[in-house]
Design a protein around this ligand. Sequence first.
Ligand SMILES: Cc1cc2nc3c(=O)[nH]c(=O)nc-3n(C[C@H](O)[C@H](O)[C@H](O)COP(=O)(O)O)c2cc1C
Length: 418
Amino acid sequence: MTGLPDPQDVHLTLMGRRVLLGITGSIAAYKSAFLARELVKRGAEVRVVMTPSATGFITPLTLATLVGNPVHSDFTESIESGAWTNHVELGLWGDLFLVAPCTAQTLSFFAQGACTNLLHAVFLSSRCPVAVAPAMDLDMFTNAATQENLKTLSERGIKIIEPTSGALASGLDGKGRMEEPEVIADFVEAFFLSNMPLSGKRVVVTAGPTEEPIDSVRYLGNRSTGKMGFALASRLADLGASVTLISGPVNIKTPQRIAERIDVCTAQEMYDATISVWPSMDAGIACAAVADMRPVNPADKKLHRGDLPDSILLENTPDTLLEMGRTKSSSQVLMGFALETDSAEESLKSAESKLTRKNLDFVVMNTLADKGAGFNHDTNKVTVLQSVGAHTEKRIFELKTKREVAYDLIELLSTLLI
Ligand SMILES: Cc1cc2nc3c(=O)[nH]c(=O)nc-3n(C[C@H](O)[C@H](O)[C@H](O)COP(=O)(O)O)c2cc1C
């Protein structure tokens, strides 16, 4: 048993976050086990780097078992084979490098930029933000050298999780005790909420199909599963955006951190829900496969075989994307989808016309002519057209998983949003 979380758990506030946990040689290192467990319990993926000194306080085996990943404390994994721990790879892996506890000595090395062990090398090569939770005796903490080091690190953007006051291992009473694991985990959560590139941005995403009733049991629908829209919503939320997800009838769980999910059924409901929130949004992604036509007079009870009409009269549904584009302000960014079935040339022409006709910033075209693209697949192959001044820029992407496609599309959207 590693205590690894069940991904279906709705309380996984750190799901999808990668925390590189650094542990140094303080008596508070025993608390790192609780911290590691707390981070994992909240859904984070955790890898651990320890200083050689820390391994005397708590065993790497305990931490490796708790986080379900090998623990690194040395540059060389095996002297015989020559295998070594790639500190650069570790430094790039994390979304946050959290050193807890952080000794006076490690603070000093960080401030100097010295590199005498693997943890220092990871610190120097990490590209992600770094947070430290100092832990030491009262006099060590108040010492001018330690305070100067903390000031230097803080000025360089390192987050300091202030120690608390209380009884210390030395028998003294005062400031220097590492903050409690739950409080540090809360700090990590708050960090991810406020330090992500799309923090403070509000985005509406529509997803899934619509169902247009013929009678109380039959409807006109389409084969959209909602997977692409949900992947986009999930990526946006992971980057800190406040996402309103408006979904037609689908069989998918709401991704982590989605601010609001509104379930709708018909094109009219999709239109009403989207248009009511659109003015307060910074961006919109219209990924839903909304019906263009609906039966004019749906029966309010089930029609029996003998009562069925020979033909069903259809009327146009309101065009949600057209209305979003028509009312788009100069600061709003709008991305629409175009599913095509024609030849590549025809599809492109039709998508380009949608880009200008609906006043979009981006149109994401996928064609059912491409294997693995469109409905009912976990993959998609898209071409993105972007309106840049008077001309259109075209980007062709390879066949990828819908999650990877979401990464690409949100990266593009972010260029106009940040
Ligand atoms: C029992 C014991 C407890 C210690 N606790 C702390 C501590 O809480 N904070 C600290 O800065 N140093 C503490 N030290 C001293 C560090 O272990 C020592 O400076 C070590 O070299 C730190 O190495 P590191 O920063 O590379 O892990 C302690 C030493 C011992 C023997």
